[in-house]
Each structure stands twice: as structure tokens, then as C-alpha cells.
Design a protein around this ligand. Structure first.
Ligand SMILES: Nc1ncnc2c1ncn2[C@@H]1O[C@H](COP(=O)(O)OP(=O)(O)O)[C@@H](O)[C@H]1O
Ligand SMILES: [Mg+2]
Length: 280
């Protein structure tokens, strides 16, 4: 018997992935989604900003939106980019690749030519059939200030006074600081949202929700365990996943029926010890 069988789970509930199937709509994730949907539906707001701590749920929120947009494939084209240290031309090449399939290695290193190609595509394939392009730039705190400015100019391409491109910048809190120093970008952002850590109630419901999605209806964490998980993880989903995953393994190896506060306390002590060792 393995850990999943032991807990009567159909699949692993706390894996490190941003699978929308497991999405839990906490107060903040709901608000983030609603604001992003608003900018997506509007035709004259073209730049949005979603920030949040590492592990707060930015990428999974993006994936939920991406799925929603792709349900209407006839009208929406979606580009998702993990922009690690990209220059503006790398970003434009990647956009062209995802939209047109043209191999980035064969595209020229000339911004003018790349923009011309993009405009041609927009004119012949997008605007004409009333489609729109949504570009999600994840980990955007890594884009250099000069390139951020250059990328925002993509929304200047317009047809009948409307831009067919909407950009959503997503990143860690330092993206905010970076953008504040760029008034020409800052002023163009029509929607911004900062994802906060989850509340205690949301932390509990989040755990229950992930377990349920993985096939388990029963409560296997005690009330006081939830409290400790919340206080030790600060309501950060990635941290919660990490602790709960270890808890399930531990419970399986010790043949427990319920994960109590005492169990969680052992796990957090252990995690702390390893972290201190990592720090040297
Ligand atoms: N609202 C949520 N519902 C379900 N899982 C979530 C939620 N928010 C975050 N997670 C999970 O937490 C982990 C970190 O989320 P992620 O979106 O990658 O964070 P970020 O991009 O902000 O660093 C992932 O495993 C993800 O599945
Ligand atoms: Mg992310």
C-alpha cells in the first residue's frame, strides 16, 4: 500500500504545480480573478498588473484565466510567457512564435522587422475576425526597466483606435517598485492587484478543497492542526502544500487516522531544522 491508497486518495493533493483543477477561490484569488476578467472584457484597458509574494498563487490564477479565455478560442488568442531575463526582442519573438508558430531561431534580431511581422499578423488574422490577443508575462520582475517600457508599447499598435493586444504583467512584489520608477509604464496600467496571503478560514478551506479535488471527502486534519498550519505558513499556498504533503507521508508511515496539531508541530520543527541547515 502506498501513501495515496492509505488515505484513499485518487491522486496527490499537494503537488507543486499550478493545475487549475485544484484552484481554490479564496477571498483574494477571487478578487484578483474578477479584476483581471474586467480588464479582459474591456476594450480600452490594455495593461494589467498582478503582483504577490512567491508561492501566493499568481501562476495558478493566470492558468485559470487562460483556460477561461481558451474556451472561446474563436475570439481569444493567448500567449503565456515566463520572461526570465528576456530582452524586448526575445519577448516579441516568443509572442510571434506562440501566435504564428514561426521558429524563434529563424526570426531576425531586429525589432522593427519583428514588429512589422506582428502588425501584419494582427491585421490579417486578428483584427479582421474580431479576435483579441492576451499576453501574460509571468516573472516580469526579471524584465529590465528599459525592456518593460519597450514591451508596453505593443499596446500602442491600434486599429480603429483600439488595441487588439492586452498585456498582463505578473510578478513578485519588487515588480511594483520597478514599475513605480517608470511613470510612462505606471500611468498606462489600468488595473492592478496584489495577491495577499490567505486568511485562517481560507487556509482551512483551501486544504479541504485540495483534498476533495484529489478524491477525499473525509476530514483528516484536526481543527487545531489548521490553526498551526496557518500560523506557520502565513497562509502562503506553496508553503501550505509543502507542509501538508509531508504530513500525509508522515501519517502514512506512522499509521495515523488523523493529523493533529502535535503531528504538524513535529513536521514544522523538522522543516525548520532543514532550513537552518540550508542556510549553513
Ligand atoms: N488559489 C489556489 N488554489 C489552489 N492552489 C493554489 C492556489 N494558489 C496557489 N496554489 C498552489 O500553490 C503553489 C504556488 O502557486 P503559484 O501559482 O505557482 O504561485 P506564484 O506563481 O505566486 O509563485 C502551486 O502548487 C499552486 O497550485
Ligand atoms: Mg509563478
Amino acid at each position: 500500500m502506498d501513501c495515496l491508497e492509505y488515505w484513499k486518495l485518487e491522486e496527490a493533493p499537494f503537488e507543486e504545480n499550478a493545475d487549475p483543477k485544484f484552484f481554490y477561490e479564496s477571498i483574494d484569488h477571487k478578487e484578483a480573478l474578477e479584476r483581471l476578467r474586467y480588464i479582459i472584457e474591456s476594450h480600452n484597458m490594455n495593461i494589467g498588473l498582478l503582483t504577490g509574494e512567491i508561492g501566493a498563487g499568481k501562476t495558478i490564477t493566470r492558468n485559470v484565466l487562460r483556460e477561461e479565455l481558451l474556451q472561446n478560442e474563436e475570439h481569444n488568442l493567448v500567449v503565456c510567457l515566463d520572461t526570465s531575463n528576456y530582452r524586448d526582442i526575445d519577448i516579441i519573438k516568443e509572442i510571434l512564435y506562440q501566435l504564428t508558430g514561426s521558429n524563434p531561431e529563424n526570426l531576425p534580431n531586429n525589432k522593427y522587422v519583428l514588429i512589422t511581422r506582428l502588425k501584419r499578423f494582427l491585421a490579417t488574422e486578428v483584427v479582421i475576425s474580431a479576435k483579441r490577443v492576451f499576453v501574460f508575462l509571468d516573472e516580469a520582475q526579471k524584465i529590465g526597466p528599459h525592456y518593460l517600457d519597450s514591451i508596453k508599447d505593443l499596446t500602442n499598435i491600434s486599429y480603429n483606435y483600439e488595441s487588439p493586444i492586452t498585456l498582463i504583467f505578473i510578478g513578485q512584489p519588487d515588480l511594483l517598485t520597478k514599475i513605480k520608477k517608470l511613470p510612462q509604464v505606471d500611468q498606462r496600467i489600468s488595473m492592478r492587484y496584489h495577491l495577499n496571503r490567505m486568511t485562517r478560514t481560507d487556509t482551512e478551506n483551501y486544504i479541504k478543497h485540495r483534498l476533495k479535488r484529489a478524491g477525499l471527502e473525509e476530514d483528516i486534519f484536526s481543527e487545531d492542526a489548521f490553526y498551526l498550519i496557518y500560523s506557520k505558513t502565513d497562509g502562503i499556498p506553496r508553503e501550505i502544500n509543502r507542509a501538508c504533503k509531508i504530513a500525509l507521508d508522515y501519517g502514512f508511515s506512522e499509521e495515523l487516522n488523523i493529523i493533529t496539531k502535535q503531528v504538524m508541530s513535529i513536521i514544522f520543527d523538522d522543516l525548520n531544522r532543514y532550513e537552518r541547515r540550508d542556510l549553513g
